[in-house]
Design a protein around this ligand. Structure first.
Ligand code: NDP
Length: 294
């Protein structure tokens, strides 16, 4: 059996179609959803992400602002920019692209963002709201994974979801979302990480295996139950002399062997990747609707 592919492009196109309608409806009321992205420094990967976010906003008919600040920006100057964006009525949501230069306290910056504009869902208020099952925003990558599962018709309720990885941006919120009451969740969740003993015994029990650790090809076929749904969040660049630029992107799952055992699988690239920006846009549209009382 070869697994059916769950493609982020297909799922995100569906969601973008819905977002376009919601944006159109806001625009007909004179509201243009506005998203700002703040980039400090010149990290090349961050520059690519920020450009992609700006382009997507414009494509969708949203108001897009990109603020680039030099690497030497002080924490006070960044906090002043955050205060400015908090107060700007044309901006419904904004984020500060991470990582920040080492001299800036990331937590202090995240805590300064107005929770009603926190489209990354990193502010402790929004993390808490998500945990108690009253989310105002959902963190983009785990929300994207949940949408991929739901829209691919994966049966989640009552199933055993194993999340590999416990970071604040992927693993932990993913686990919290899948254990909530209600549609697209209601599963039994186990989280495993680098200190877990007998990790493969646990992953082999997963009906749905979600992997986010950042280790190329870590999950091999012997760690996967027959017929499991496998979601690979990992993005790792590995050397490949046959590739044009000498490297290629691979996931945390050994795709070639695992796809023969799983019932559904997300490839890398083309799987979870496109979902993150899509769910960020969804958060910005929700923020604009909430402010408009919709
Ligand atoms: P972090 O480095 O913040 O966290 C990695 C987690 O994996 C940690 O909890 C760590 O455990 C765990 N881990 C590391 N090694 C092992 C191991 N050998 N066995 C079990 N657990 C292990 O990473 P992120 O969560 O930020 O990202 C994970 C991956 O997802 C990365 O490849 C990243 O690039 C990708 N990613 C992709 C996105 C997308 O849009 N597609 C978005 C965000 C991330 P411990 O806590 O014990 O150290």
């Amino acid at each position: 059996m070869t697994a059916k592919l769950i493609l982020g492009k297909d799922v995100s196109e569906q969601i973008y179609g819905e977002l376009r309608q919601r944006i159109e409806s806001l625009r007909s009321k004179g509201i243009v959803p506005g998203l700002a992205v703040v980039l400090v420094g010149e990290d090349p990967a961050s520059q690519v992400y920020v450009r992609m976010k700006g382009r997507k906003c414009e494509e969708l008919g949203m108001h897009s602002v990109t603020i680039v600040m030099p690497e030497s920006t002080t924490q006070d100057a960044l906090l002043a920019k955050v205060a400015e964006l908090n107060a700007d009525p044309s901006i419904h949501g904004f984020l500060i692209q991470l990582p920040l230069p080492a001299h800036i306290d990331e937590k202090a910056v995240i805590n300064a963002v107005d929770p009603s504009k926190d489209v990354d869902c990193f502010h402790p208020y929004n993390v808490g709201k998500m945990l108690i099952g009253e989310p105002e925003f959902l963190p983009a990558t785990p929300a994207g994974v949940q949408q991929m599962l739901v829209r691919s018709g994966v049966d989640i309720r009552g199933k055993h979801v194993v999340v590999v990885g416990r970071s604040n941006i992927v693993g932990k919120p993913m686990a919290a979302m899948m254990m909530q009451k209600g549609p697209g969740a209601d599963s039994t969740v186990t989280v495993v990480h680098s200190r877990t003993e007998g990790l493969a015994d646990i992953t082999r029990q997963a009906d749905i295996l979600i992997v986010a650790i950042g280790k190329a090809g870590f999950v091999t076929a012997d760690m996967v139950k027959d017929g499991a749904v496998v979601v690979d969040v990992g993005t790792n660049r590995v050397a490949d002399p046959s590739a044009k630029n000498g490297s290629r992107l691979v996931g945390d799952v050994d795709f070639e062997t695992v796809k023969e055992k799983a019932s559904m699988i997300t490839p890398v690239p083309g799987g979870v990747g496109p979902m993150t920006i899509c769910m960020l846009m969804a958060n910005a549209v929700s923020a604009a609707e909430r402010r408009a009382g919709i």
